[in-house]
Design a protein around this ligand. Sequence first.
Ligand SMILES: Nc1ncnc2c1ncn2[C@@H]1O[C@H](COP(=O)(O)OP(=O)(O)O)[C@@H](O)[C@H]1O
Ligand SMILES: [Mg+2]
Length: 300
Amino acid sequence: MVRITYNLDFILSRLDNIDILVLRVIEGLMGKFEFVPIEFIESRVRFSSSSLSKALHKLLDFRLVSRRVGDYTGYGLTFKGLDTLAYHYLKSNGYVTMLGEKIGVGKEGEVFLGEAPSGEFIVVKFHRGGFSGFRRIRRFRSYSIDAQHSWLELAKLTGEREFRVLSDLYKIGCRVPKPIAWNRHAVVQEYIDGIDLYKVGSLDASIASKILDSIIEDIKIAYQKVRVVHGDLSEYNIMIVESSWDAYIIDWPQYAYRDDELAESLLRRDVEYILRFFKKKFGVRRDVESTIRIIKGEYS
Ligand SMILES: Nc1ncnc2c1ncn2[C@@H]1O[C@H](COP(=O)(O)OP(=O)(O)O)[C@@H](O)[C@H]1O
Ligand SMILES: [Mg+2]
């Protein structure tokens, strides 16, 4: 059983269809208003103003929406509201039955352990906005990043990016968590029963060397077959399963395509970080230039 730290299951047990509908209506109008005027919500949901007001109170109590009062009354979706919507659909579609403890908080996401209908652990990652380098994506250059709507949209885009690239990498045989589902900004993926590379204690040099080889091999497959560069590779985005010493590369939303003008420098940085870590921590030495050549297939 998972230990519960985020009360989305409790919240969902207290929400009925009307509440979910109101949340969806507010979500849908967030592009037009920072706070959606109550009249607009009313005209979309078409039920009595007392039912609507009851629903809005409940959503406010759970902090799924925020309210603006002043020249007009309006409601905006919070990240917790977006989490609730995404989680509601993931749950109704049978990908997850329960959300458990938080296993990771980064600046860009919150990661929870969850339980699948089979009883197996899974991971649910809620994205929280952009990802390093999101400005690279031309489509989104025009976004004003101050508005809540833009953050919500950016988080959804980030979720979609991570899910899609994980699918491509997984299919081709890269060791990444198996992607299971995605809704809005939430990505459900395989739970890796391992620890972050930076937490691994001292290692036999030959084991460390094999782990490094397998990481380089995965960077190479990603580069050659999926034509992507991770872009944020470090000992914090690699997980090690200690029983087998398998290394998984996680946290992909900021990836860049090989033909992106920044791909070359991102690849170099990824390689430099990893090689520096293996040298400092395990005494394994590799040359940056020849490693990059191996990745690019310039020699094997
Ligand atoms: N699939 C997974 N299985 C197990 N633990 C995970 C998984 N994905 C992430 N984690 C844990 O959560 C932490 C944060 O996840 P990550 O994807 O790196 O997000 P971010 O760094 O953007 O917050 C990781 O360092 C790792 O400890
Ligand atoms: Mg990370």
